[in-house]
Every structure is written in structure tokens, then in C-alpha cells.
Design a protein around this ligand. Structure first.
Ligand code: PAF
Length: 289
């Protein structure tokens, strides 16, 4: 596996890779601290494309003041080993100066409306930073397909809208959420959780499972689904009593493309939760059947 540090080298690699008819370049954008969820994205890219690049860049512009940019887990050697093991051809690991040559950041991509919904409402400017860096990565790598985890479902919606609005030729592929055996959705931020917090973090996936089983029984009223997830959180707060706080950020049933609330759970609707477990903000979701 080749490690590439500059935009020019990445573009040269991508163009050379695609020069043979039928070849396809896949890009897996990441912020590192790679886990089995990222491994599944790399495998999906490997299955669908002839050449695969993984980008590893902790993007400063998607973190708000007081968020975890400086302490975000960084594990370059382990990330290289995982990316190589899963079959990546290239690891693109630029510096901040390489991706933001005029400082972070003189030009932004702002997805009006969509960028302020769900996580964008709680983390102002977050999706502006995500859209900006993903645009830079797509311009640099010119991939045929880019692979994102469905765990960050609002991010997928934002990136899809940006690609449509700006006319990128890249297909955005959303891959299923990967979970630990007990149901916790994999996230690099799970590394922040103490054992007591990790036990409480299961509340998110329990809430999602409760909603999925209600939908399977025929319930499709958004209010009832939201109340059921809310009930799972209330029960967890009572059951755990003292200790790290469990605090709901949002529970929402929305259209996956617009992120606007919907009243009825139609197939393809996104049911999403975000909650603070202690100081760590976690998210989980399901796309309703
Ligand atoms: O999902 C992530 O890890 C990041 O938001 C992304 C897409 C790599 C952009 O920095």
C-alpha cells in the first residue's frame, strides 16, 4: 500500500488508475482511528472498484469550539495496518496545510437548510466543515464511488445533496452500520467511554431496536415511535440511577434526503437518535423497512 501526502500525487495516482477502460477508483474518506466499521467500507470499495484509496484526515473545520479536535484519537500505524490488510491500494494522509493551503478555511461549501438539521442543529458549522473537506477529497481523488457509513446518516444526506448540487460525477454509497456483539454501533468516539458509560451507551441501540420492532408490528405513527425511543431512554435513566449522565440530544423521524421531520414511517424514512453519555455524544439510526 502506497502512502500519499499531497493532492497532486493523489490525483496522478487516480488518473493513472482509471486510464485503463473499465477500471474504477473507490474512495473511503475517514478521520482515522479505524475500526471494523471502516474495514467494512474498505471491503465494500474493494468489491465494487478496481482501485481503492482510503483518506485519513482529522478535519479541523468540522469540529466546533470546545469539541474534541485536539483529543480525537489518532493511531496512524494501526490505521495503515488495517487499511493495508483490508486491501486499500493507497492511504492518503495529507497535512492540514496541504488540504487548507490558505488556512482553515477561506472557501466553504455550505448546504443551506440541510446542513442545519439533526447533528447540524446541535453542532453549528459541523456539516459545513464536512461538506468542504469531502468536496476537497472528491476534487483531489476524482473517485467513481465514495463509501460512507450509514451510522452518520445525516452526513450521507448532506454529502449526497452536495454531490447533486455541485455536479460531482462520484456515486455516494452508504454502507450498513457495523455493531459490537451487544449492539453498540461502532464509532471512533466509543474509545472515550469508561466502562460505566459504555454500559449506558447501549441505550441508543436499544432505542433503535425498540423502534424497529414496533415498525415490524405495524406501527408507523412517528409520534408513537419517538415516544417508544424516549421511553427506552427514561427507563435507562431510572435503571442506572446515579453515575454518568444519559442526555438525549435528539430523537427524530425524518425523510433521509431532506432531513425534515415526517409524521409517518414510510419505507426509507430515517429514524435517528443522538445522546450524550457523560461528555461523549453518540449517534445511532435505522432506515425503516
Ligand atoms: O465520517 C467521517 O469520518 C468524516 O466526517 C469524514 C467524512 C471523513 C469527513 O471528515
Amino acid at each position: 500500500m502506497q502512502i500519499i501526502r499531497t493532492v497532486d500525487d493523489l490525483r496522478r495516482w487516480s488518473r493513472a488508475s482509471r486510464s485503463t477502460p473499465g477500471n474504477m477508483v473507490g474512495l473511503v474518506p475517514t478521520m482515522g482511528a479505524l475500526h471494523a466499521g471502516h474495514a467494512s467500507l474498505i471491503r465494500a470499495a474493494r468489491d465494487a472498484c478496481t482501485h481503492v484509496a482510503v483518506s485519513l484526515f482529522v478535519n479541523p473545520t468540522q469540529f466546533g469550539p470546545g469539541e474534541d479536535y485536539s483529543r480525537y484519537p489518532r493511531s496512524f500505524d494501526a490505521d495503515c495496518a488495517l487499511a493495508e490488510r483490508e486491501g486499500a491500494d493507497v492511504l492518503f494522509a495529507p497535512s492540514v496545510d496541504e488540504l487548507y493551503p490558505n488556512g482553515p478555511a477561506s472557501t466553504f461549501v455550505d448546504i443551506a437548510g440541510l446542513g442545519d438539521r439533526l447533528d447540524g442543529a446541535s453542532r453549528p458549522g459541523h456539516f459545513r466543515g464536512v461538506a468542504t473537506v469531502v468536496a476537497k477529497l472528491l476534487i483531489a481523488a476524482e473517485p467513481d464511488r465514495a463509501f460512507f457509513g450509514q451510522k452518520d446518516a445525516a452526513q450521507v444526506a448532506v454529502v449526497r445533496r452536495m454531490v447533486a448540487d455541485l455536479g460531482f460525477a462520484t456515486e455516494i454509497v452508504a454502507c450498513p452500520i457495523v455493531r459490537d456483539a451487544d449492539g453498540l454501533a461502532l464509532s471512533s468516539r466509543n474509545a472515550y467511554l469508561s466502562p460505566a458509560e459504555r454500559a449506558r451507551a447501549l441505550t441508543l441501540s436499544r432505542a433503535i431496536r425498540a423502534v424497529e420492532s414496533l415498525v415490524a408490528q405495524g406501527e408507523c405513527r412517528g409520534q408513537m415511535l419517538i415516544a417508544s425511543a424516549d421511553g427506552v431512554f427514561s427507563d435507562a435513566c431510572s435503571a442506572f440511577g446515579s453515575g454518568p449522565e444519559i442526555r438525549i440530544d435528539y430523537i427524530a423521524l425524518v425523510d433521509w434526503a431532506t432531513l425534515l421531520p415526517v409524521e409517518t414511517a414510510a419505507p426509507g424514512a430515517l429514524f435517528a437518535v443522538a445522546a450524550y453519555i457523560g461528555a461523549t455524544r453518540l449517534i445511532d439510526n435505522t432506515i425503516l423497512k
